[in-house]
Design a protein around this ligand. Structure first.
Ligand code: RIB
Length: 310
């Protein structure tokens, strides 16, 4: 890593999955059987992907999560350790299998994902409390919603009590968040679908993103960044100032983990006390590289790759 890159400390509390990926000409309709033309098994999980994105851009990263006592779990931890991620906070559950995601990617780069949580469901508020030292040691805590909600709430509460910067990626979103959550969030980062579900408003454009972000800020989130895929992202700062960021235009091969790449890189830059607008631009550049490559963690670029593509 070049000398001038400032390193912050990011803790990701979240999911770890093995992605079973089929590539097919199009996404199957309900009841349809289609022939795929490629199968792969890769490291995934929103938590794991975000941790890898933060590590590859140069942050010091630790992870709290839970894998099963099986070959997938051992391999996932080994993969994360290879990235230099501190895995001391990853528990091993003897009864549940490691989380799995069934991913279908069509030739035009769209996907569908079904996640079976397995051991991710064993990440409890007690496990979070046991790993308090990891929260104390970091600058920024990142959570998603692929682990039990009470453990996400426990993490945000503890992080807030310890004065840490909190980033919540509310994915997958199933409905509005409990009212007490948003005041614990410094950066809420939904995509357009999640923002619409959380705010109960349509988000099809920049103005829709602004309306949804305003609603979520009214609920207590300090800053809101709505990611809009190829349309970029909309940032609503505390105080009400808003800005749209365009995304680099690329030919998408597979959008899996693009949002995770954005969030991991963004968290790393915030942890390193980098300016917000630069953090969003770098996150966009990394995410736009990830969509040109197949798979979740295999698609996430390093800092050198992001810088050389600039
Ligand atoms: O965000 C992409 C991720 O969602 C995949 O890696 C899959 O594991 C699911 O968690």
């Amino acid at each position: 890593m070049s000398k001038e890159v400032k390193q912050g400390r990011v803790l990701v509390v979240g999911s770890i999955n093995t992605d079973l990926v089929a590539r097919s000409p199009h996404l199957p309709r309900p009841g349809e059987t289609i022939s795929g033309h490629e199968f792969s098994q890769v490291a995934g999980g929103k938590g794991g992907n975000q941790a890898v994105a933060a590590a590859r851009i140069g942050a010091r990263v630790a992870m709290v999560g839970c894998v099963g006592k099986d070959a997938n779990g051992a391999q996932r931890v080994k993969d994360l350790e290879t990235e230099g991620i501190d895995c001391a906070g990853i528990d091993v559950d003897p009864a549940q299998p490691t989380g799995v995601a069934m991913v279908t990617v069509s030739d035009d780069g769209q996907n569908t994902i079904v996640v079976v949580a397995g051991s991710n469901g064993q990440l409890t508020p007690d496990s979070v409390a046991r790993h308090e030292a990891a929260i104390k040691a970091c600058d920024v805590v990142v959570c998603q919603l692929e682990t039990p909600w009470d453990s996400v709430y426990a993490t945000l509460s503890l992080a807030r009590r310890l004065g840490k910067i909190t980033v919540l990626n509310p994915a997958p979103a199933t409905g509005p968040l409990p009212a007490e959550w948003l005041p614990l969030v410094d950066y809420l980062v939904p995509n357009e679908v999640e923002a619409a579900i959380l705010a109960g408003l349509p988000v099809e454009s920049e103005s829709g993103a602004r309306r949804a972000a305003t609603e979520l800020q009214r609920g207590g989130a300090r800053n809101v960044i709505v990611t809009l895929g190829s349309q970029g992202a909309y940032l609503l700062l505390e105080g009400g100032e808003g800005k749209h960021f365009p995304a680099p235009q690329v030919q998408a091969v597979d959008t899996t983990a693009a949002g995770d790449t954005f969030i991991g890189v963004f968290a790393a830059q915030i942890a390193a006390r980098q300016p917000l607008e630069g953090a969003i631009s770098l996150a966009h550049r990394a995410a736009s590289i990830s969509v040109t490559r197949a798979g979740a963690q295999p698609s996430i670029p390093t800092r050198a790759e992001v810088e050389s593509a600039a």
